[in-house]
Design a protein. Sequence first.
Length: 197
Amino acid sequence: MKLKSWVAWLLVVAFLASEVLLFSALRQKAAAQISFQSEKQRVEQLQSQLDQLKHSNADAQGAEMARLRAENQDLPRLRNQVTQLQAANEKLTQQLKTTSTYAQQQQQQLLKLTAAQQAQAEAADRNNCINNLRQIDAAKQQWALDKNKPPDAIPTMQDLLSYFPSGVFPVCPSGGTYTINAVGYLPACSVPGHVLP
């Protein structure tokens, strides 16, 4: 009988232990289900956020693509304008070269004309000076005849003034200085080349 009571008690203890374990397992299962539900809601929220991000990202990509397409629509027109500008630039460069060449030719011709005019002016000045020297020599010779002066006599400018028209002594057009010299010698000018022949 003791054995039966021990077995009965053992069975009761085993039953109680199994009930405690079952209760504990049920509580853990309920806690796990709550945790699972919570995680499931969290996953659903994350999925919703991910979907929203995908949608907004797709919208942003679409907007960016539309912007890029709009920008790229102008690209062929801009390339065409660049090509036209390059062609115009080449044409203008060619015209500039032609104009520059023409201007250089004109400048060379102008320099030649200026040199020729300067040479003519110098020749005219030289001829005028030589004529002045002839007049001075003629006046000097006339003075010597009128005053009975020997060939070594040297008249002054004042002595010769009355032998020139309007009583004015000639002046070298190139700014030279005249030397009257003696009656037997030709008058001279300080400018090289201005010499009586």
